[in-house]
Design a protein around this ligand. Structure first.
Ligand SMILES: [Mg+2]
Length: 109
């Protein structure tokens, strides 16, 4: 079994034991994902990035990824496939010849 599917099933088991599926509509999962991303940002707030507490980064990143996997599960998405598809798109937007050592967005000169 692949690791993404395995961890998604563990999250679902945790959720279903608590009967929380009733709260996990896609809109609220998207909101929760955004809120957890803000909590991750808070770990860095008013600090140099190297001063951020790595244990808190792990916790908030786990929350972000958990809600992302739950949202993907609501649409029965294959996470590996959607990321691979996006990498193909990004590879076209950001070819190595134009993008190497550059942080510019694809539509900037
Ligand atoms: Mg959190």
């Amino acid at each position: 079994m692949n690791e993404i599917k395995e961890i998604t099933e563990k999250i679902i088991e945790f959720r279903d034991k608590r009967n929380w599926k009733q709260f996990h509509n896609s809109k609220d999962l998207a909101l929760a994902l955004s809120i957890e991303a803000a909590e991750l940002n808070e770990v860095f707030l008013w600090k140099k990035h190297e001063e951020a507490d790595v244990e808190r980064i792990k916790e908030e990143l786990a929350d972000v990824l958990t809600f992302a996997l739950l949202l993907a599960n609501n649409y029965k998405l294959n996470v590996k496939k959607i990321i691979e598809k996006k990498l193909i798109i990004n590879n076209k937007k950001y070819p190595v010849t134009k993008s190497k050592n550059s942080a510019k967005k694809y539509n900037e000169k």
